[in-house]
Design a protein around this ligand. Structure first.
Ligand SMILES: NC(=O)c1ccc[n+]([C@@H]2O[C@H](COP(=O)([O-])OP(=O)(O)OC[C@H]3O[C@@H](n4cnc5c(N)ncnc54)[C@H](OP(=O)(O)O)[C@@H]3O)[C@@H](O)[C@H]2O)c1
Length: 280
């Protein structure tokens, strides 16, 4: 993969770019095509979509239009709560592949853990991997308890856990748990959906390195050893978010950013989603 970021080797032997491109709330063919093309030019190869985002068809078209060999791309999608259950998951993933115009995705995830179909959906992912419809299988929004519960019946464990992570929710214990269990943590809303970028500590560190607060935050993810998938629809920001490989945060700066944690979630609490079987 011709990417500007590092390649991480997953526990199943597959390689995944450390930095990827988020596509939540990116809608409309022209916007998606422009964003995907800018991202690819800027050095992103990982593209993160989901059934929930209702943009798989447009993302598929944008990726096709890039006209690059399939091996150059790393495509992720996720199974929505309403499509969970053994057969529903299998059917919905075949539909996702059709929309994406792909024979396989690189990474297929359970979007949120839900009580109703917890083991059945995972069994379906294991089967889809066996059939070659995905190279790797992972989860999203799983807490330690969900991973421990999954381990009681799984024949293989997730290789990636995509969770909300940014300076106000650094998830240190879960990141450590994932690492101890050979699971790569991938940060969603790595920029806290843009809401943390006025923070004075981030501005000060940015000024010191001649970088923006967003670049400081992404560099913090990089040096924390997690994967991260910022989203932007603006070319200059898409480029800026990849331009983080020419400076280094000191241990003291990393500690200051870790100190911004105040357990602030922008998304839902996974334990509640599990209990209610849906996100909203
Ligand atoms: N698994 C899950 O449950 C889950 C949940 C949420 C998200 N995700 C994934 O994670 C991806 C990223 O998360 P996210 O989209 O929620 O939020 P995010 O990447 O943390 O932040 C995106 C916001 O920050 C702005 N932004 C981006 N780069 C910037 C920069 N350099 N300077 C200033 N502002 C900047 C964007 O605005 P513009 O677009 O206007 O530039 C947008 O409003 C999603 O797209 C999706 O793929 C997964």
């Amino acid at each position: 993969m011709n990417t500007k970021t590092n390649l991480i080797t997953l526990a199943d032997g597959q390689q995944m770019p450390q930095e990827g491109f988020g596509l939540y709330k990116v809608t409309g063919q022209s916007t998606i095509s422009a964003a995907v093309a800018s991202a690819y030019r800027a050095g992103y190869c990982l593209f993160d979509t989901a059934q929930l985002y209702k943009n798989e068809a447009e993302v598929g078209q944008a990726l096709t239009d890039l006209e690059v060999p399939r091996e150059e791309l790393f495509v992720t999608t996720k199974v929505a709560e309403e499509n969970q259950g053994y057969q529903q998951t299998i059917d919905s993933v075949k539909d996702s592949l059709h929309k994406l115009q792909l024979d396989y995705v690189n990474l297929l995830m359970i979007h949120w853990p839900i009580e109703r179909a917890f083991f059945d959906s995972w069994a379906a992912l294991q089967e889809l991997k066996k059939q070659g419809l995905t190279k790797s299988i992972g989860v999203s929004n799983f807490q330690m308890i969900h991973l421990q519960y999954l381990a009681t019946q799984a024949t293989e464990m997730p290789v990636v856990n995509q969770i909300e992570r940014h300076p106000r929710l650094n998830q240190a214990p879960l990141v450590k748990f994932d690492r101890d269990h050979h699971i790569v943590t991938q940060a969603w809303s790595p920029l806290g959906r843009g809401t943390i970028l006025n923070n004075p500590v981030l501005r000060e560190i940015g000024a010191h390195h001649h970088k923006s607060p967003a670049q400081v935050v992404l560099r913090w993810h990089l040096q924390s050893g997690v994967s991260f998938i910022p989203k932007s629809v603006h070319e200059a920001r898409i480029k800026q978010n990849m331009d983080i490989y020419d400076f280094e945060l000191s241990d003291e700066e990393m500690a200051r950013i870790n100190g911004l944690n105040d357990f602030h979630r922008t998304g839902k609490e996974p334990a509640l989603v599990y209990e209610y079987n849906k996100k909203w």
